[in-house]
Each structure stands twice: as C-alpha cells, then as structure tokens.
Design a protein around this ligand. Structure first.
Ligand SMILES: Cc1ncc(COP(=O)(O)O)c(C=O)c1O
Length: 307
C-alpha cells in the first residue's frame, strides 16, 4: 500500500461487508476509525486495552454466522502503551472472532526479530492479519498487511487503495528493504534503543515530569492544560529540542501531552542534552512568553516524530 493509512482504510473495508461486525479499541488511530466509517458493517468500540470490555461486547452480539473482526494496535501512539495481546487473542478465539493487529509503532522495535508486539508476546501465530507501516522505524513511506490466510490474495483485487493508486517508488522501497535488513541483522540496535528509553524516562522523572506508565519508545509527558503544553513545547523548540505536541482535537482539552520518541541513533550525550533543555524549560515561569527562536539556533537534538 502507498501508506499505512491506506492499508487500514482499504483492508478493513475489503475484509468486512454489511453482514459483519468490526470491534475496535476506543483509542484506535484515525485510519482505523476512518475505515469503519466507510464500511456498511456494524461497528462496536470497546474500552481501551480492556479484554474484559471486548468480551462483554462480543457476548452481547446475537449468535449468528456474521463474521467478527477485532482491530487493535500493538503499541498505541499517544499514550505509548502496549496491548495485552495474549488476553485479547484468548477472548477472540473464545468468540470466533478474527484479530487484526496494527503494529505501526511496534514494527522494528518489539520482538526478538523486530516483528512487533505480537512476536514479543508470543502470539504472532494466532493473529489473523498484521498491518504495518514503513513510515516509523523503517524511515520510508508505505503500508503492508501480512496473513497466513490464503484468501488474503483476494485483497489484491478488492482492496481499493491497493488497486486504484500508485505503488511505492523504487527508491523508497529500496530504502525500506535496506532498513528491514538492518532491523533483522542488528538486534543490538534494539538493545541500544531500550537503554535510551530507560535513560530518558529516568531523567524526565527526576526532573519531576509525569510520564506514561509503560516503558516504550514513545514517552508521553502528561502536561494537562493546553496553554501550558503549547508554552512548554515552544520553549523546548526555542532551545533546540523537538518533541510532538498533542492538543485538541488529538486529545481532550485537559489531557494535553508532549510526546518524545526515542531512537537507537540517539547517544547518551543526546539524551543528556535533551534532559538539560527539559530541566531549563520547566525552570522558566510557566506563564512567560516563549523566547523567539534566533535564526542561528540549530536543533541540538531531534526526538523523531512517530505520529
Ligand atoms: C497506529 C497507526 N496506524 C497507521 C498509521 C498510518 O501510517 P502511515 O503514516 O504510513 O500512513 C499510523 C500513523 O501515524 C499509526 O499510528
């Protein structure tokens, strides 16, 4: 697929028809929500990362021959938390539901060979469809779906965004193939990534920031108020540090977040500089005007976007 967005959009649309039911985690990415808006299937949301909520929703569905597709993500992009895939798979199997896992943020970073959270949790063989994107750890553009179901070949003809739009360019695909090779051949990069994650999380907590509970390459810094979040984001940027800012409509108005993402390419020095900037930015009065960024400022550390 041309992008991961297109993969979700047209896969879910192609897999599910008017007689089917799609069950999605309530924190799903926009591409999953948008896919459900384009199908004639019944759509049911269950509580975020709550297999019990999924079980109750499946239980309430009338017993019939309708197909059920459960869609979850391996690693969620805003809170940086991981899906309890083993429990989700157990519930799906108990109720005869297919499982699709979007590993957009976990591909390359989780699992012994970097295949994602399903591999890390030992349930890869029980997942029906795995979706991935090239736009995160593989540093390219494109989307992919893999499955052991031979019927997946039919999607080459019925997934509209596969049939009716251009495929990835040769140069992009060559870059992605090289990145896949690196992911496979250099597990030490994953070890380096996890060291970086722990260093950044410890440092942020020492400064006094409240961060998400789950250890993952996405480090959400929970600020809350929208104006404070934007003010802090601008002070960080002025000092040469880029993080993602998540404000409405990306989240509720009082639950704004700054999101840092760790990379294996960061060194201990990069993280130390980033933490220095974080410490200085908090030291400044929260209501103060952000300083204008001088043209001679160059970013010291860029914590990459993984949106
Ligand atoms: C969970 C999830 N799925 C799919 C996508 C879309 O990926 P792409 O950037 O390749 O369109 C994203 C991107 O942000 C994502 O977070």
């Amino acid at each position: 697929f041309s992008t991961g967005y297109q993969a979700n959009l047209s896969l879910i649309g192609a897999l599910c028809g008017p007689d089917d039911v799609i069950l999605i985690d309530s924190d799903s990415h926009a591409s999953i929500y948008d896919a459900t808006r384009q199908t004639a299937s019944q759509v049911v949301a269950f509580r975020h990362n709550a297999p019990e909520s999924l079980r109750r929703k499946l239980e309430r569905l009338p017993r019939s021959r309708r197909n059920r597709l459960v869609v979850v993500e391996g690693l969620y992009s805003i809170r940086g938390d991981v899906a309890p895939l083993r429990d989700i798979v157990d519930v799906c199997h108990a109720y005869g539901a297919y499982v699709l896992v979007d590993e957009a943020h976990s591909l390359g970073t989780y699992g012994a060979t970097g295949l994602g959270c399903a591999e890390a949790q030992g349930v890869l063989a029980q997942i029906d469809f795995v979706v991935g994107t090239f736009s995160k750890s593989l540093a390219g553009i494109g989307g992919v779906c893999v499955s052991d179901h031979p019927e997946l070949r039919a999607l080459h003809f019925v997934a509209r965004a596969y049939v009716f739009t251009a495929s990835g360019s040769a140069s992009n695909i060559a870059g992605v193939r090289a990145a896949v090779r690196i992911v496979r051949q250099h597990p030490e990069l994953r070890a380096q990534l996890w060291d970086n994650i722990r260093r950044l999380r410890r440092g942020l907590q020492d400064i006094g920031y409240v961060i998400g509970d789950t250890e993952s390459p996405i480090v959400p810094i929970l600020i809350g108020d929208e104006a404070r979040t934007i003010g802090l984001w601008q002070r960080l940027l002025s000092a040469g540090l880029y993080v993602n800012v998540i404000v409405p409509p990306g989240c509720p108005v009082d639950q704004c977040v700054l999101r840092a993402s760790c990379s294996a390419a960061h060194t201990a020095e990069h993280t130390a500089r980033a933490l220095e900037i974080f410490a200085r930015a908090t030291g400044q009065a929260t209501g103060s005007e952000p300083q204008a960024r001088s043209t001679s400022d160059t970013p010291i550390v860029t914590l990459q976007s993984t949106s």
